[in-house]
Design a binder for this molecule. Structure first.
Ligand code: OGA
Ligand code: NI
Length: 351
């Protein structure tokens, strides 16, 4: 392998830039004015729905989840049944990883063929605009892709805690998939079956956004919709950053302690024939604090061609998308990096 691990140019860790104490960010990180974060516009009073999962019947859950998926593509869940101690332990252990010496982290430097490991960019275009964040990406499912050797060996409990965290989140995703399915007027298991039943995929991306001396000029993660099925996101309890598109506005998400943020990905938009929306979102960074988030991606079986579920195709609403497998689909983002919703739009049939 070449010295750049397959990337088009040497990889610079954003954390190293941040820790160098520079007061100006390199031009590669400066976004065009139209893409820069608007802090004032986000003091807006709108917010994504918050759903309390305790003491809710399946039907009630289906109805509120479905409304949120149609209108926002995003919602937060509280009292979700995942132990708060586990959630906090997961966050702290991953923060511990990013605080290890650089040599230790570099052992896991990733390459654009699988993206597994420690990374600092998405996309392989030479000279492309870069985002102010490092990340760690790993596979949880299917088990043939899961490899503990590719997960950090330090901090010592990281692998076990990440396993336990993943099991809990898979369970939660199963419940939400049922609610989403019922909310489409389908059998509770229908959406899961269209995902490939038990042969689903799951990956974790832990995002680490270091302090940034000029946060008004850049983004931690450029606008994108998530390419997979759905995402369960755990954000920093104290540091805001996530913004969700609502029409022409960006709504800043207020973190709720121990809650999860759930969002519809492109594959559920396709399967639901766009009844549920995968919505653009992006991440702001700031000068005072680093920020850590954990994005758990719940994905369909990767080689299954996906198109709108038959029952959701009607004369009034013909199939909006042509079939494509998730494997083919994700190549796009892996080569070009985050590009708003261009990708799912490009799947549209031309009727
Ligand atoms: C992502 C993502 C948001 C965040 O990883 O896809 O949108 O708050 N993360 O880090
Ligand atoms: Ni995302």
């Amino acid at each position: 392998m070449d010295s750049n691990h397959g990337w088009p140019e040497p990889i610079i860790r954003v954390q190293s830039l941040s820790e160098s104490g520079t007061e100006t960010i390199p031009t590669r990180y400066i976004k065009p004015p139209s893409d820069r974060p608007s802090i004032e516009a986000s003091s807006y009073t709108l917010s994504i729905p918050v759903i309390d999962l305790s003491a809710m019947s399946k039907e009630e859950m289906a109805s509120v989840v479905s409304a949120a998926c149609r209108e926002w593509g995003f919602f937060q869940v509280v009292n979700h049944g995942v132990r708060p101690e586990l959630v906090r332990h997961g966050q702290e252990i991953w923060r511990g990883f990013f605080h290890l010496p650089m040599e230790e982290k570099q052992r896991y430097a990733n390459s654009p063929t699988t993206y597994e490991g420690y990374g600092s960019r998405l996309g392989v275009e030479k000279g492309a605009s870069l985002d102010w964040g490092d990340y760690y990406f790993l596979h949880v499912l299917p088990s043939c892709l899961k490899n503990h050797e590719k997960w950090p060996a330090l901090p010592p409990d990281l692998r076990d805690i990440t396993d336990e965290y993943s099991r809990e989140l898979l369970n939660l995703c199963g419940r939400v998939m049922e609610a989403m399915s019922i909310g489409l007027g389908l059998d509770p298991t229908r959406l899961q079956e269209s995902f490939g039943g038990t042969e689903v995929g799951a990956c974790l991306r832990v995002n680490y956004y270091p302090k940034c001396p000029q946060p008004e000029l850049t983004l931690g993660l450029s606008s994108h919709s998530d390419p997979g099925g759905m995402t369960v996101l755990l954000v920093d309890n104290h540091v805001r950053g996530l913004q969700v598109r609502k029409g022409s506005d960006w709504v800043t998400v207020e973190p709720i302690r121990d809650a999860f943020i759930l969002n519809v990905g492109d594959q559920i938009q396709v399967l639901s024939n766009a009844i549920y929306k995968s919505v653009e979102h992006r991440v702001m960074v700031n000068a005072a604090n680093e920020r850590l988030s954990m994005a758990f991606f719940y994905n369909p079986k990767a080689d299954l061609p996906l198109s709108p579920i038959r029952e959701l195709i009607t004369p009034d609403r013909p199939a909006l998308y042509k079939p494509m497998s998730f494997n083919e689909y994700r190549l796009y983002i892996r080569q070009r990096g985050p590009r708003g919703k261009l990708q799912v739009e490009s799947l549209k049939t031309s009727q």
